[in-house]
Design a protein around this ligand. Structure first.
Ligand code: TXA
Ligand code: MG
Length: 315
């Protein structure tokens, strides 16, 4: 099932099937974005509620014009600066985009991934590809083909591109008039976006009260074992695994310690975060998972967004 035959995967997409594929962030579960029957299969496989809209993946900045209307210049500018790359831009949708893709919203999230397999797949399929992360709804995001297979053994085809290098999902921003709203933090930070839109924009961080983006649900991305964020008072229970970010720090009470980085390098922590959670989730000797927090600035903000959601039930 895991192979690298892009032509075959594209054929499956053209015929209304579903293909898992790598992007630079996490693996996506893709179908022809313009075919509602194909898109419905994504929701069924993921067991995802249909109120959670999908991101549409495209292979060129020019594709924005078909899928979105009234596109502000600033949005085009962001696309030119950051694409291909881990940025999703939410824009008013064109009538070509089925309502199922956007969960009935008048907007669509568009992104051009920075991954040759993904870009080739989109081009060879000849259609935009709607794709959420290739995991069951609410569970850990996949950063390898094996992670996809674990949760979604029935997907038609998995293109194997090895481990994804960013490791956490794209930054999601909305642009309306002169207001840029941050809907989900990611590798591209608010400071990066502010630098690209100098002086013209009001920047807002979305408050999670209104459900504009269900990625903002408090609980998300969870392993199926208890996950606790370590603090000064934490006592590590027996049969526990720890996720740490610096090899200088050891946990004598842990059965196993998985390091995301040797030296608190946040790029490495993000890249290895979900794989570390998958590893301890899969380990039959481990009952509880503990994770070190990181400082909430820059990429640390996006990392802690995922960690807080994964640990939500245990805080
Ligand atoms: O890095 C990524 O973005 C990965 C790869 C596969 O591209 N995809 C991903 O998809 O993370 P998903 O479905 O797991 O998360 C998409 C997020 C959700 O929080 C969704 O609510 C939000 O994007 N989103 C999509 N369309 C939206 C829209 N029209 N308005 C607001 N939020 C939207
Ligand atoms: Mg997801």
């Amino acid at each position: 099932m895991e192979q690298n035959n892009i032509a075959k995967a594209a054929q499956i997409i053209k015929e209304g099937g579903v293909v898992a594929f790598p992007t630079e962030t996490v693996y996506g579960l893709g179908a022809n974005a313009l075919n509602p029957m194909a898109v419905a299969k994504i929701f069924a496989l993921k067991e995802r509620p249909t109120f959670d809209p999908l991101i549409v993946h495209i292979a060129s900045v020019d594709d924005i014009a078909r899928l979105a209307i009234n596109v502000p210049d600033a949005a085009l500018h962001l696309a030119r600066v950051f694409w291909p790359g881990p940025l999703t831009i939410v824009l008013p949708k064109s009538s070509l985009v089925p309502d199922l893709v956007t969960s009935g919203l008048a907007t669509v999230g568009l992104r051009m991934p920075q991954n040759d397999i993904a870009l080739n797949l989109i081009k060879t399929s000849g259609c935009p590809i709607a794709a959420p992360s290739a995991n069951k709804f609410g569970k850990l995001s996949p950063t390898s083909a094996a992670h996809v297979k674990k949760q979604l053994p029935n997907v038609d085809y998995i293109l194997d591109g090895g481990s994804t290098h960013v490791g956490i999902e794209s930054t999601v921003v909305g642009i309306e008039g002169t207001v840029c709203t941050f809907l989900r933090p990611g590798l591209i930070s608010q400071a990066d976006i502010e630098k690209a839109l100098p002086g013209l924009f009001t920047f807002k961080t979305h408050s999670s009260h209104k459900l504009v983006a269900p990625g903002l649900l408090d609980s998300h991305y969870s392993p199926h074992k208890p996950l606790y964020i370590i603090n000064k008072a934490t006592v590590i229970l027996p049969k526990s695994g720890v996720i740490a970010h610096n090899q200088q720090r050891a946990y004598a009470d842990a059965l196993k310690t998985v390091y995301t980085s040797n030296c608190d390098n946040m790029i490495e922590v993000a890249a290895n975060l979900f794989a570390a959670m998958h590893q301890l989730e899969d380990d039959a000797l481990i009952d509880n998972i503990y994770i070190e927090p990181v400082e909430e600035n820059g990429l640390g903000l996006a990392i802690m967004d995922r960690v807080n959601k994964a640990a939500f039930q245990y805080k």
